[in-house]
Design a protein around this ligand. Structure first.
Ligand SMILES: Cc1ncc(COP(=O)(O)O)c(C=O)c1O
Length: 356
């Protein structure tokens, strides 16, 4: 069924699309509250967390904003090794936070040692790190970074963007001691865009009480007050919540471990294929994403031309992101995609390469 090998929005199963076509309910009703409760309780398993999960009407960026509005009065440390880490730093700055950027080459992981050095020099209320940089196909070692933060600056809140990993890669929120983990619906969860999900620790919520000007729409304390009644402060995207309810059953039915293994096997297959064809991989070895592979375009493939070829077969891949456009291309293997789908893509890619 899958034809979109782009890192979101991805293909959505027909059953999930159809789940949206149910009648509306008043959101202040027992019927809706039961659905919402089911959803946020099931969603906790995606994060491996005992904490609450807020389900919000926004894409991932909205929750990046929620994190900085609620969890820092002033000092944010933003780790940047790709476009989405950079976006989070910009979101923090544009919300008036004093944001120090700890920058790395985009093909290299965030270094725990560098994080330690910065935290020893200055106190930060929160640190932001992207788990899986969709722009580069690199997975940061969150467990190692979190361990360093806990040792060097135990009260710094650890905030993770898991937009392109949650549901495709294991995240051990409680085991790793994370304070806020956010994601959005249109990537590994294989839902239409429009929902944000964030698991938030008790100590993060307690800290939010000390932060002025949290805003209203993304005020975590207001969200918590309503979540205690299995509800939301404002009208939720009901149709998307219906779809989430069905999709979480499908995800948990597949089994999280099986799902993670499927993503990992696809990553391995694409990476082996790329190397076999004489391409190079962009991200440093040992840190390559399991949900999207960024390939260096050392054979000068015209990505638009390739996609025109693939689209005749109802498939498409993604160009490199931002400054990497043309220099790399990205093959996503997330959500509903299977190894079989991927074989179909690689076969077509091979055909394209020999036809050039
Ligand atoms: C890692 C990461 N963070 C944040 C975002 C922004 O998310 P959204 O487009 O859902 O606002 C994206 C989008 O691709 C992403 O890949």
């Amino acid at each position: 069924m899958t034809h979109l090998f782009v890192p979101g929005p991805v293909d959505v199963a027909t059953e999930v699309l159809e789940a949206q076509n149910q009648r509306m309910l008043p959101h202040r009703s027992k019927e809706f509250e039961a659905i919402y409760k089911r959803c946020w309780e099931k969603a906790r398993q995606l994060f491996n967390s005992q904490w609450r999960v807020f389900i919000t009407t926004c894409s991932g960026t909205g929750l990046q904003e929620a994190a900085v509005r609620n969890l820092a009065q002033q000092d944010v440390l933003a780790c940047v090794n790709g476009a989405f880490g950079k976006r989070w730093a910009n979101v923090a700055r544009s919300n008036g936070k004093q944001t120090e950027v700890l920058e790395f080459e985009w093909d290299q992981p965030v270094s725990p040692e560098m994080v330690r050095a910065v935290l020893r020099r200055k106190h930060f209320e929160m640190i932001t790190i992207v788990h899986n940089e969709t722009s580069t196909g690199l997975q940061n070692p969150i467990n190692e970074i979190a361990a360093v933060v806990q040792e060097a600056s135990p009260d710094t809140l650890i905030c993770i963007d898991a937009v392109s990993s949650c549901g495709g890669v294991k995240i051990d929120m409680d085991g790793w001691g994370l304070d806020m983990v956010l994601t959005s619906s249109q990537k590994c969860l294989a839902l239409p865009p429009g929902l944000g999900l964030a698991a938030v620790s008790d100590r993060a919520l307690a800290y939010a009480e000390t932060v002025p000007n949290r805003g209203w729409y993304f005020d975590l304390l207001l969200l918590e007050k309503h979540l205690n009644k299995d509800s939301t402060p404002a009208t939720p995207a009901l149709s998307l919540i219906y779809a989430l309810d069905v999709q979480l059953d499908r995800i948990l039915g597949e089994g999280l471990e099986a799902r993670f293994a499927r993503h990992s096997n696809m990553a391995q297959r694409v990476q082996e294929w790329a190397l076999d064809k004489g391409f190079e991989l962009y991200a440093a070895e040992g840190y390559r994403s399991r949900t999207v592979t960024t390939v260096k375009n050392n054979h000068n493939v015209n990505v638009a031309d390739l996609n025109a070829f693939l689209m005749l077969r109802d498939m498409r891949i993604a160009n490199g992101y931002g400054p990497l456009k043309g220099k790399t291309f990205r093959i996503a293997h997330m959500g509903e995609t299977t190894l079989q789908d991927l074989e179909m893509l690689l076969e077509a890619f091979d055909e394209y390469l020999t036809s050039r």
